[in-house]
Design a protein around this ligand. Sequence first.
Ligand code: MN3
Length: 299
Amino acid sequence: MILRIDRLQVELPAAENPSPNCAAAVQELLGGKFGEMSTLMNYTMQSFNFRGRDKLRPFYDLIANIAAEEYGHIELVSYTINQLLTGTMPQGTDPTDAPLADAVGARNSYHFIASGQQALPMDSQGQWWNGSYVFSSGNLRLDLLHNFFLECGARANKMRVYEMVKDRVAREMVGYLLVRGGVHIVAYAKALEKLTGVDVGKLVPIPELSNKKFPEARKHEEKGLHRILYRFSPDDYRQAGQVWNGPHPEDGQPLEFVDGPPEGAKPPDLPEEPQLSAPLGPEIDKDMFAAISKRLFGK
Ligand code: MN3
């Protein structure tokens, strides 16, 4: 079962400069091959398919628990896209004025035609996320090696999107997810180390750029978030702590398994899409509305 908490894992600010094309770029981190939908579904399927669970319980607990965290990551990226799309069509609400005219020039027209200026399960090129991005081989070493690679690829994509999009909402989201993705890289490295004895930690960081170069990531690392694995369950997945322990491979600080999810923050309230849902725009005749009201209610 999945328990759901109506909080975002980290607080997101409103966009300062909403932009459809920035929103389109951020879509890669949601529905791209290396996006959060892929990490979510890879670890979810691997946990459902896990054989030898009782014998290999710490590895099962690790993969299943990280899958739960990824659910909150697709939520964070979606809210970022929504913030970047909110307020980008400024022409008002009269359909004859073509209030969505600017959307014709947007890279992703699905944002304006197929949704109400909202996130969709697709990548930055408008290609739908698909199940072929999921790798679940049934071999634990192979799956862990794949997950390590997937998280490193995801990290490269996050850095490039950060370098493309300057708005604070995108950078806050990427900064936080660079830190959390970094935890997952180390977690899969530690898992491979415990399973085989190989020192995968010597490979990190991939790419070589440190998270500390990104101010929005650095502030979380200064609070120790790169050392913390959260346990996303009221009572289960406790043996993940048998993998998540010892020193962090980059700064040698001790890893910590925290008993519960992060405190998180309230999700932002998104306004209605004015072009479709404004029954009382400035052009509506208030006298006519009053006359209808009088006929119906007698006053
Ligand atoms: Mn993630």
